[in-house]
Design a protein around this ligand. Structure first.
Ligand code: NI
Length: 384
């Protein structure tokens, strides 16, 4: 087997055993076996793992992070190596992230004389399950002794052979909310004696759409999405209560605070218009992923000749990689993995990864750490 085939084989094996956040036990065992086979001595924290690889020359330490969890979805790709866990699927590419990081670790071990310093490979649970696994690993000491950190995400919107890494914001604040509406239930034939929670929920959903269009400036990126409405039991009963859930995406704390305040205002005043009540639960999720300018530029420069860099705007998606960047300088990168044919979005039951992106991912991570560690030793930088 070539190293490229080995990376793809890792991905296919991991694709078959997707597990939800903090339940990644089979995945954990697979990763441990692979790291032990490389002669590494991994540290374990819950289902998370990190392992240090030393080059032949002492220097600084760069961490490389992969997330390891799957999603609660019934896979519908028709792949020969589809999920063996019905109702759970690697539909975001985290199987690919693990395979890429294993391939990178293998190369770092095999080529210890080609780079300087130490690399910590880290496999993080529960990226898809806010508050996520990153903060837990940081509290457990995963960044102790680490100077910089890099991470990547497969990106199906970009063709294979392309990537995006840029200084500054890469991904958004990703918050969630619940609006609970309390009306008065009753008979479907006698609306006059009720306060119809279905009608009020519908009005609230429509009114919330005026926040981005009428309260946020045209140059401020923001999204308000209502994902669910739960109400009612049958056709001839007017619902007593309703619940609307949604997500809010922003880049500035000012926009984030304004939207939270507006959702509260709209929910309460709309309910009051119909003589009912509404309350808001607003949950702040992952903060903005902000790349350190120097790390991002160094990584981008190191990729010349490996991938074509995309000039694009930040993503409105969220990532708990943001937390590592609160503690250490580093950068996050999107790696193109568009399949031939139809592109399905991340988190779709039809989501496909073009496996040609995986060996390229190894080159991308390897060149990133190699360059950061070489540049750091050349500049004689101090640890933060
Ligand atoms: Ni993801």
């Amino acid at each position: 087997m070539t190293w490229q085939e080995e990376v793809i084989a890792h991905r296919r094996a991991l694709h078959q055993i997707p597990e939800l956040g903090f339940q990644e036990t089979k995945t954990h065992a697979y990763l441990m076996d692979a790291l032990h086979a490389m002669g590494l001595d991994p540290v374990v924290h819950k289902t998370g793992i990190w392992a240090d690889i030393d080059s032949l020359r002492p220097g600084r330490t760069v961490a490389l992070r992969a997330d390891i969890d799957g999603l609660p979805l019934l896979e519908d790709t028709g792949l020969s190596f589809s999920s063996n866990h019905p109702g759970v699927m690697h539909a975001c590419g985290h199987d690919g992230h693990m395979a890429i990081l294993l391939g990178t670790a293998a190369r770092l071990v095999a080529q210890k004389d080609h780079w300087t310093g130490r690399v910590r490979v880290l496999f993080q649970p529960a990226e898809e399950l806010p508050p996520g696994g990153a903060q837990d690993l940081i509290a457990a000491g995963v960044l102790d002794g680490v100077d910089q950190i890099l991470g990547l995400h497969l990106w199906s919107e970009y063709p294979v052979g392309t990537a995006r890494v840029a200084p500054g914001p890469m991904m958004a604040n990703a918050d969630s909310f619940i609006v609970r509406i309390k009306g008065r239930g009753g008979h479907g034939s006698q609306p006059e004696s009720t306060k119809d929670a279905v009608l009020i929920a519908a009005q609230i959903v429509v009114n919330l759409q005026t926040i981005v269009s009428r309260r946020i400036g045209a140059f401020e990126p923001a999204v308000v999405t209502c994902g669910t409405i739960q109400a009612g039991t049958t056709f001839n009963i007017i619902a007593e209560s309703a619940e609307v859930t949604g997500t809010v995406r922003t880049f500035s704390t000012a926009a984030q605070a304004l939207i939270q305040q507006e959702i509260q205002h709209i929910a309460k005043t709309t309910a009051r218009l119909y003589d009912a009540e509404a309350e808001l639960v607003y949950i702040k999720g992952y903060p903005v992923v902000v790349n350190d300018a120097r790390s991002a530029e160094q990584w981008a420069n190191a990729l010349e000749g490996t991938v074509t860099l995309q000039d694009d705007h930040p993503s409105m998606g969220g990532e708990d990689f943001a937390y590592y960047l609160h503690h250490r300088p580093g950068a996050f990168l999107f790696l193109g993995c568009a399949p031939d044919g139809e592109i399905f979005p991340h988190h779709s039951p039809h989501f496909l990864v073009n496996e040609a992106a995986l060996p390229l991912g190894v080159d991308v991570l390897y060149k990133g750490v190699q360059s950061l560690l070489a540049a750091d030793s050349a500049h004689g930088l101090q640890r933060p």
